[in-house]
Design a protein around this ligand. Structure first.
Ligand code: ADQ
Length: 757
């Protein structure tokens, strides 16, 4: 079996009968009033850029506000909305004018937006605006409920709709609800200044899955839960009563072909590029593309640019900055003030620093077409992203996608979410004008070799982690969160009662005992080789295995060689290595493969990926087994390790989708192994060799043992060691208790007597 060379990251369609309902403030289409009446325009901005191609591929419906006031009804307007529903599966929510204003321009953009971007001083709050926000979320809830069919996956987007998950939970208790926050989540110092903060957190917690752009945002959300609601959470989630809410960091990607398509074969783009390249020949081009929002750092960039021109006289007439500033939220005072300030700076730079032959700053304060944007990305020697705070920043990724030859430099604010995964960019602190200017100078002068090295690494990552991969991970995680929700509520395992258990053991004549090792019989050690079995445990296993009524098997993820070294001398003890890949049946000394034909030619493809994670995670390492590769991160910083493990599993899942291999999470490990090598298969094999036992006991502590519990016959005593969800029928609090129970059984058996004499 061999792997496809390029991971197959196509968007996965959800299970049959499952529809996606996307809910966001704005639809990807906007109603526009023209002299003739109403018309349709495409919405701009990050969310529409990301979701449009994704939904095009996966199918589904989109519910959102059309961007106008529902009050001004007309036949033409209704006809357009019906057309949207029919051809684009877009369903418009009508918000009354005053509700829309209080909701969108009020609470969402004058209260939430500044606070979530760490600008508490710009916060404006009006209790009436909050009421409108509640009302708008309620109207969205009604719209979703009207569309909802059982098994739909509801995907709610962004800060406008933070109350919606809980409203949906009350209205549609069984619905699968996921929420993605496109903007940053603020630090726990800033979040508490927010009026109505408790309601917002409670609103979000109605979801089954809450996902953020970066690990830092997720951590800040957890800190806010603790600080504001006193609620403890784990990195993977939080439990409300018996309902789990999963937490994830899922950085959004772009649809690269939306840009490369134009780059490679669009005549308009090509013409535009040629014209501009001609016009700016002999000059280096710096490019900046932002919505004209104070979080994007436009004035800061212009001041840094002026500083650069003043301090590096050799750049005179040799460089230009093209600043695209797309108008946004123009009804809000702060945005009008920003526009005035930027206009002043533009005039100042060109007026004071320009020459008759040279306008150092080209300022475009309007929306531009995608073909123009792509031509600009192609033209630009350097893209300058200077966000003061940004959830992700898609412009950075779009630019990189348009540089397949590696010929460009990305200068990126360390305060954009994108900085967490674009380490090869030149990072800047946009508040530091002098050093930003130095970095821009360095970007302009960077030699070809370094430029290509950095950009090709960025390019392959942007193309690999595209928006389809992101959407697939979100939906898979949502489906998984929902399926776990049911499973663990219904079946609560009982506490193992030793007397009852011992009686059953004594009454039986033919007993099968299947025991996991690490975490079940001995505690975990920092390195696998340190978990050597103590003599008392070897005696215990010897006693149990030599009872003629017993068949005892030790079943572990460890290698055959390792199990042999530690347990090979115990007569009668069956050993199962690598989770069920190999079996040793004494007195035979050779190991038997449960799938002799299995190939391991996938290892050279997977190994570099695991090694890459070792590079990123101090204290982690890779273990190579005969049929498996394992990434161990027990010694890594715990939360960072957990986060990377999630990253690794989802990356591998997509890559291994059409192979016999799977990536599994264990206790501080991620293991890549064939699906057939599992403990469920192993117990079935043991039962074939030892048919008709009247007492079956199976104990384990981690996810791999769940296969054992699932495939064990229904009358088996399946025992989970430690806390956490399980399919086992019984639990014991820790491994000492389990050892005590096994000692109790062994003490009464003939073997212990034999050993003592
Ligand atoms: P935005 O704040 O809108 O998004 P950004 O991520 O940069 O910021 O996305 C802007 C998008 O608008 C880009 O896809 C860009 O190509 C597009 N665009 C630029 N000019 C345009 C124009 N004239 N017409 C139409 N589209 C244009 C929010 C968060 C970000 C987060 C995104 C996605 O603030 O931090 O990255 O959502 O999650």
């Amino acid at each position: 079996m061999s792997l496809p060379e390029v991971p197959n990251l196509k968007a996965r369609k959800p299970a049959a009968g499952t529809r996606i309902i996307v809910v966001s403030n704005r639809l990807p289409l906007t109603l526009k009033k023209t002299e003739q009446g109403w018309d349709t325009a495409r919405s701009s901005g990050g969310l529409a850029s990301a979701m449009n191609p994704l939904l095009g591929k996966t199918g589904g419906e989109w519910i959102g506000w059309a961007g106008d006031s529902g009050g001004e009804d007309s036949q033409k307007r209704q006809a357009i909305l019906s057309e949207w529903a029919k051809t684009d599966h877009c369903f418009a929510v009508d918000l009354p004018k005053d509700v829309a204003a209080g909701f969108y321009e009020g609470y969402a953009n004058q209260t939430l937006w500044p606070v979530f971007h760490n600008f508490p001083s710009r916060l404006k709050f009006d209790a009436k605006h909050y009421e409108s926000y509640v009302e708008a979320n309620r109207i969205f809830c009604e719209a979703v409920a009207n569309h909802y069919r059982p098994n739909d996956l509801i995907w709610v987007h962004d800060y406008h709709l933070m109350l919606l998950p809980q409203m949906l939970r009350e209205r549609l208790p069984d619905a699968a609800v996921g929420f993605f926050l496109h903007i940053p989540f603020p630090s726990s110092e800033v979040f508490p200044v927010l009026p109505r903060r408790e309601e917002l957190l409670e609103g979000l917690l109605g979801a089954d899955l809450l996902a953020f752009q970066t690990h830092t945002h997720l951590q800040q959300f957890r800190a806010a839960l603790l600080r504001v609601l006193g609620m403890e959470s784990k990195i993977a989630g939080v439990t409300l009563g018996s309902r789990p809410v999963r937490l994830e960091a899922l950085p959004i990607g772009i649809a690269p072909e939306e840009y490369t398509g134009l780059l490679n074969s669009d005549a308009k783009t090509a013409k535009q590029y040629t014209d501009w390249a001609q016009r700016h020949r002999g000059r280096k081009v710096l490019l900046a593309v932002d919505r004209l929002d104070y979080t994007k750092g436009v004035p800061e960039r212009l001041r840094a640019y002026a500083h650069l021109l003043r301090s590096a006289s050799e750049l005179k007439e040799k460089v230009i900055l093209i600043q695209i500033a797309v108008p946004t939220r123009e009804g809000i005072d702060t945005y009008q003030e920003l526009r005035t300030e930027v206009n002043r700076l533009v005039g100042e730079i060109n007026g004071q620093l320009g020459t008759p032959d040279w306008t150092p700053l080209v300022y475009i304060n309007r929306s531009i077409e995608r073909s123009e944007l792509v031509a600009l990305y192609k033209l630009a020697d350097v893209l300058w992203v200077g966000s003061l705070r940004d959830g992700m920043n898609l412009v950075a990724k779009e630019y990189v996608a348009c540089k397949p030859d590696g010929d460009g430099v990305l200068v990126l604010s360390e305060f954009a979410g994108a900085a967490a995964e674009m380490g090869e960019a030149l990072l800047i602190n946009p508040y530091d004008e002098e050093r930003t200017a130095v970095t821009i100078d360095r970007a302009l002068a960077m030699d070809e070799q370094e430029r290509k090295l950095r950009m090709t690494a960025l390019h392959s990552r942007v193309v690999r982690n595209d928006v389809f991969h992101w959407g697939e991970r979100f939906l898979a995680s949502l489906e998984d969160a929902v399926s776990n929700r049911g499973r663990y509520i219904d079946t609560q395992p009982k506490k193992l009662q030793p007397p009852e258990f011992r009686d059953a053991y004594h009454q039986a004549a033919r007993r099968l005992l299947v025991l996991d090792y690490d975490g079940t019989l001995v505690p975990f050690a920092k390195r696998p080789q340190q978990a050597v079995p103590p003599q008392a445990l070897l005696d215990l296993l010897t006693a149990l295995a030599s009872d003629p009524k017993n068949r005892v098997a030790l079943i572990s993820g460890r290698s055959a060689e390792n199990l042999d070294r530690w347990f090979g001398r115990i007569p009668q003890l069956r050993l199962v290595a690598e989770h069920g890949a190999e079996l040793k049946t004494p007195p035979a000394s050779a190991w038997e493969s449960l799938h002799p034909q299995a190939s391991t030619d996938w290892k050279p493809t997977v190994m570099p990926i695991l090694e890459h994670f070792v590079d990123r995670t101090p204290g982690s390492f890779v273990e190579e087994k005969k049929y498996a590769l394992v990434w161990h991160y027990r010694m890594a910083e715990p939360e960072f390790g957990e986060w990377l493990a999630n990253e690794l599993v989802s990356m591998l899942e997509a890559m291994l989708a059409e192979t016999e291999l799977r990536a599994f999470r264990g206790e501080k490990i991620v293991e890549v192994k064939p699906v057939w090598a599992n403990k469920g298969e192993a117990i079935e094999r043991l039962l074939r060799d030892f048919p008709g036992p009247d007492f079956i006991f199976a104990a384990g502590d981690d996810r791999t043992d769940e296969d054992l519990f699932e495939r064990a016959p229904s009358n088996a005593w399946t025992v989970h060691v430690g806390p956490g969800p399980t399919r086992a029928s019984y639990v014991v609090t820790d491994l000492q208790v389990l050892r005590g129970v096994l000692e109790l059984l062994a003490a009464a058996g003939p073997a212990r007597h034999d050993l003592r004499t």
